[in-house]
Write a protein that binds this ligand. Structure first.
Ligand code: F0G
Length: 352
């Protein structure tokens, strides 16, 4: 049967796919680009589009890169994958490993992973190790392990991950007809900003787009090594997905920033949570906190006086909020609790 959908099939000419590469899909890619006029007006930008990567099979953008990394691992004869993760990479690795009959070993910081992401790794059958340390320490361990043991690294240091993730830039161009003026994106380990920039550059070089976007990356205030210019030993943020103090693709992120004429800035946890809520109430898109760093950054710069009124903006919404309902429910107002009585309900709604 011919595969008609999925990153590997749709973009095989742009990926390191050989006749020996197995082609398969869990349905990754082809995520919606949602035009949000109401939120655009409120923020003060010309056109606003959300690239909602929460619609991928495991709920984050990681699946685009994972399908390529796992296909190449199979091609090379590997039977085990390993990654350090703040939760989404591990969920994705575990799912693709399950599909392909491979072992997934995941190393995650204890107590700092959103519950939905842990549930995914558990149900997909990964070998899970939690460490009393942070993501950066987990990645250090993984990097050493892959030197010594026959296991494939599927963090974004694996170049096939970046190749797969660049396809999101292709999709934005396919829908808009060209690259947007600005791309806002959260930055953690800095693989995704690297991948988008590569995707936009390649599209421009091959004539599929006329322009490249200005890349606007955002880190969380308590985990902003690139902004501060040095690693952060003890990163802290409510946006646990980007709780990273020493990003692996640091230099590539700076290159994306500098070559595009963009910036990498920071947003506070309060700004992230306010943006997450604003996005949800104005667009119906429920993202996880880390994903809202892109919208929070746009709001911050707009308030500082940057003029986006004639600009077309794409914000990458990297993952679904359903994995981290604890944070969403945290300061929720109490519900109305009533007896099962129509009169009581009408009265409460002001219709009585
Ligand atoms: N948004 C979400 C939802 C993420 O899970 C991540 C990274 C990022 C943004 C940042 O992307 O690392 O490419 O700069 N999550 C990794 C993980 C670290 O282990 O799931 P990045």
């Amino acid at each position: 049967m011919m595969l008609k959908t999925g990153v590997l099939f749709k973009y095989k000419d742009f990926l390191p796919v050989t006749p020996q590469t197995p082609l398969f899909t869990l349905g990754e890619g082809d995520t919606p680009l949602i035009r949000c006029d109401r939120l655009a007006r409120e923020i003060g930008c010309g056109e606003l589009h959300l690239k909602f990567e929460g619609c991928n099979p495991t709920g984050s953008f990681k699946d685009r890169g994972m399908v390529v990394a796992v296909a190449k691992a199979l091609e090379a004869g590997s039977n085990a994958l390993i990654c350090a993760s703040t939760g989404n990479t591990s969920a994705s690795a575990a799912a693709y490993a399950a599909y392909c009959g491979l072992t997934a070993i995941i190393i995650v910081p204890e107590g700092k992973i959103a519950l939905g992401k842990m549930a995914q790794a558990i149900i997909y059958g990964a070998k899970i190790i939690t460490i009393t340390g942070n993501f950066d320490q987990a990645l250090e361990i993984v990097r050493t392990l892959v030197e010594k043991h026959p296991v494939t690294l599927v963090n974004s240091l694996n170049p096939h991950r970046i190749e797969g993730q660049k396809t999101a830039a292709f999709e934005i161009i396919e829908i808009l007809g060209d690259a947007p003026d600005y791309l806002f994106i959260p930055v953690g380990n800095a693989g995704n900003i690297t991948a988008y920039w590569q995707g936009f550059v390649e599209s421009c070089q091959s004539g599929r787009s006329k322009q490249k976007p200005v890349i606007m990356g955002f880190q969380a205030e308590g985990a902003a090594p690139i902004v501060r210019g040095h690693p952060v030993a003890k990163p802290e943020t409510v946006a646990t997905a980007i709780r990273i103090g020493n990003p692996a693709s640091w230099q590539q992120a700076e290159a994306a920033r500098d070559e595009s004429g963009g910036i990498i800035d920071l947003v506070s946890d309060a700004e992230i949570l306010a943006a997450q809520k604003l996005m949800a109430t104005r667009t119906g898109v429920f993202s996880e906190p880390a994903s809202a760093a892109s919208i929070a950054g746009l709001i911050k710069l707009s308030r500082q006086g940057m003029d986006f009124s004639r600009k077309r903006i794409a914000c990458v919404i990297t993952g679904t909020g359903l994995k981290d309902t604890d944070t969403a429910l945290k300061d929720a107002p109490p519900f109305l609790e009533l007896p099962a009585d129509i009169k009581a309900v009408e009265k409460a709604l002001g219709w009585g």
